[in-house]
Design a protein around this ligand. Structure first.
Ligand code: BYC
Length: 321
């Protein structure tokens, strides 16, 4: 079946199928950006592992940050089915030719930020990524299924941490509110530019890569989060936020999309720091990559030798027979 017929029937495109070059390139762009976001996204929370207030919180945070590394790896693997190489994608990120999510360019100033990232950032990720489980490209959609299950745990651990902090001291409650105030608008920006300024959405939706527009998902996130904020006892920092009976949705203020553009183009509060850390980690890991490659080469050579040995034995048995 042709690519267009598969898309029209809502069937998956697999790596063996013919696909338009634009489709392949769009997927590589989005999946690589997603993978880079998971890896760079380890930094803001990772900074708190050594400062977690208890062994339990440390273990939870460790597991979460480790999951994010895993997500990055599934996604790089999905991208590799499109004929690119993880090393090449990493190089493009380090050269500033590929992006990662704007949200990870904001600082984590207190432990409450760990909770708010789980609640908002992983919550936003769930809204954005659950529909991607139905994305038209098979390897991406399948990677998303497991990622979403883990994001769900991430969101709950964040919310549970905040519930505990809100039943703590006055200072803890103030830390939570402060973190909510700082992360709310950047979290809304995670969904990307508004639909009328989103150059990729129409084509990505026609190809079934994206299932909903940026604004639709932003609205879904706001509707999901408002009752959670009420239960938690925090105020979302938006004076325009109110329920609209007619629309059956919350109205909310416009995020500062100029700020989003600035952050995406490298001028956010932590862009330099995040990229410097990523570059350093890549350099520090060079010996691991070299060792893994040497091990794989040794393994291949050993397999080749034992195969040759088996052939020789088979040959001499035939001669004897
Ligand atoms: N940040 O035409 P548009 C996580 C770019 S990590 C940076 O709407 P598209 C987690 C966009 O790439 C989850 N750049 O684009 C990890 C495009 O530029 P290029 C990260 C952004 O692709 C650790 C241009 O702006 N999630 O959950 O149709 C701890 C125009 O935009 C952003 C994903 O990656 C942004 N926020 O839609 C905790 C989800 N927004 O590439 C949690 C997968 C837009 O043309 N990605 N841009 O130069 C997507 O769903 C889509 O790519 C987006 C953008 C909705 C993000």
């Amino acid at each position: 079946m042709t690519f267009d017929a598969l898309i029209a029937r809502g069937q998956r495109i697999e790596p063996r199928d013919d696909m338009p070059e634009g489709y392949r390139k769009t997927l590589v762009r989005q999946i690589a950006q997603h993978a880079h976001s998971e890896i760079i996204g380890m930094q803001p929370e990772g900074e708190w592992i050594t400062r977690a207030p208890s062994l339990r919180r440390k273990a939870i945070l460790f597991a979460k940050v480790q999951d994010e590394a895993g997500h990055g790896l599934y996604l790089y693997s999905a991208a590799e089915t499109l004929g690119v190489d993880r090393a090449e994608l990493t190089e493009l990120l380090l050269q500033g030719r590929q992006k990662y999510s704007s949200i990870f360019n904001y600082p984590t100033l207190s432990f409450a930020d760990v909770g708010v990232i789980g609640w908002f950032v992983d919550g936003a990720a769930i809204c954005n990524q659950v529909p991607l489980c139905r994305s038209s490209y098979g390897p991406y959609a399948r990677a998303m299924v497991r990622i979403c299950k883990e994001e769900s745990f991430h969101q709950r651990q964040g919310y549970e941490l905040l519930l505990r902090m809100m039943s703590g001291t006055e200072a803890q409650r103030a830390d939570v509110q402060d973190a909510v105030d700082r992360w709310w608008w950047p979290s809304l920006m995670m969904f990307g530019p508004p639909d009328d300024d989103s150059p990729n959405t129409a084509q990505s939706m026609a190809w079934g890569i994206k299932r909903h527009s940026n604004d639709e998902l932003r609205q879904r996130f706001v509707d999901m989060t408002v009752p959670q904020a009420e239960k938690l006892g925090v105020t979302l920092p938006d004076p325009e936020l109110r329920w609209n009976e007619e629309r059956g949705h919350h109205d909310f203020g416009r995020p500062d999309f100029d700020e989003l553009k600035r952050v995406i183009s490298g001028d956010g509060p932590c862009n330099e720091q995040r990229m410097a850390r990523r570059r350093q980690a890549h350099e520090d890991g060079a010996w691991v990559r070299a060792a893994a490659a040497a091990h794989a080469a040794k393994h291949r050579a050993q397999q080749g030798r034992s195969q040759q040995h088996r052939w020789q034995q088979d040959g001499s048995q035939e001669e004897q027979g």
